[in-house]
Design a protein around this ligand. Structure first.
Ligand code: C5P
Length: 241
C-alpha cells in the first residue's frame, strides 16, 4: 500500500531530495551595495571608489533565481535591476537605519556596500570657505552595519559580508567572519590590477568558518550567480529540516 500524502513527507524523503524541494522556496534577501556619502558641507562629501556593480549583480542574480530582493544602495550610476525592490540611501547612518528597519523579515542578508568608516563630526551649514593654511576635519566612526546585524538587530538568518583588502586578505576576512558573526565572507584582493573597484570583473575567495574556496576570475555578472548558489547552499544547510 502506498503511504498517504499526509504521512510526514519531509521526514520520509532522502536528505538530498528534501534539500532540492526547499531550494525552490522563495526567500527574502537583503542586499546592500554602493558607497556611502558623508556630507562635509552642502556641496562636499567623503566617499570611496565603489561602483556598486557587485552588489547590483548579486541582487539581480537572487531575483533571477526566484527570490524576493530588497536592494539598499548608496549613490551609484547603475540602473536598478528589474523586479528588485529598491531603497536608496546616502549616508552610513541612513543605510544603518534602513537595514535595521527591514532585516528582521529577511532570510538572507548580503552586505556588499562599501560603507564609509568615518563621517564628519559636524556638517557645516554653509559652504566652507577657502582660507590660508590647512583645514582640519574632525571625523567620527560610522555605525558598523554588518557588525550590528546579530547582536543589535537580532538577525538570525544567513549573514554574508564582503572584505576588500590590499594585504593579508584571508586573515583579515576570517577575522571579520568571526567578529561579525557571518556565515560567509567574500574576500576580494583589491591590490590586483583589473578586478574589484569599478571593474566589470572580480576574483574572490569564499571564506567559510572551516575552510576557504578560491573562485576563478570571472565577470561580476557570472560571479554573482555562483555566489547566489554558494549562499543558498549555506542557507539550506542552516535551515535543513
Ligand atoms: O569596511 P569593511 O572591510 O570592514 O567591510 C566589511 C563588510 O562590512 C562589508 O560587507 C561591508 O558592507 C560591511 N560594513 C558595514 N558597515 C560598515 C562597514 C562595513 O556593513 N560601517
Amino acid at each position: 500500500m502506498l503511504p498517504s500524502r499526509t504521512q510526514g513527507a519531509c521526514l520520509r524523503l532522502p536528505a538530498c531530495l528534501a534539500a532540492d524541494h526547499r531550494q525552490t522556496r522563495a526567500v527574502n534577501v537583503l542586499v546592500t551595495a554602493g558607497p556611502t556619502r558623508e556630507p562635509i558641507d552642502p556641496v562636499r562629501f567623503l566617499s570611496n571608489r565603489s561602483s556598486g556593480k557587485m552588489g547590483y549583480e548579486l541582487a539581480a542574480a537572487f531575483q533571477h533565481a526566484g527570490h524576493t530582493v530588497l536592494l539598499v544602495s548608496g549613490p551609484t550610476a547603475l540602473d536598478v535591476p528589474d523586479g528588485v525592490d529598491f531603497l536608496p540611501v546616502e549616508t552610513a547612518a541612513e543605510m544603518h537605519e534602513a537595514v535595521s528597519h527591514h532585516i528582521t523579515r529577511m532570510d538572507i542578508a548580503a552586505f556588499a556596500a562599501a560603507v564609509a568608516d568615518y563621517t564628519p563630526a559636524a556638517v557645516a551649514a554653509e559652504k566652507i570657505k577657502k582660507s590660508a593654511g590647512t583645514l582640519t576635519l574632525e571625523l567620527v566612526k560610522t555605525p558598523d552595519i554588518l557588525g550590528s546585524a546579530r547582536e543589535e538587530m537580532k538577525f538570525t538568518g544567513t549573514l554574508v559580508g564582503f572584505a576588500a583588502e590590499t594585504e593579508n586578505l584571508l586573515a583579515h576576512a576570517r577575522g571579520k567572519l568571526v567578529r561579525k558573526g557571518c556565515d560567509l565572507i567574500i574576500a576580494n584582493d583589491i591590490s590586483q590590477p583589473g578586478i574589484g573597484f569599478d571593474s566589470n570583473h572580480n576574483e574572490v575567495t569564499l571564506v567559510y568558518p572551516d575552510h576557504d574556496a578560491p573562485l576563478p576570475r570571472a565577470s561580476k555578472h557570472d560571479l554573482a550567480h555562483q555566489l547566489v548558489q554558494a549562499i543558498l547552499e549555506i542557507h539550506l544547510s542552516r535551515t535543513a529540516c
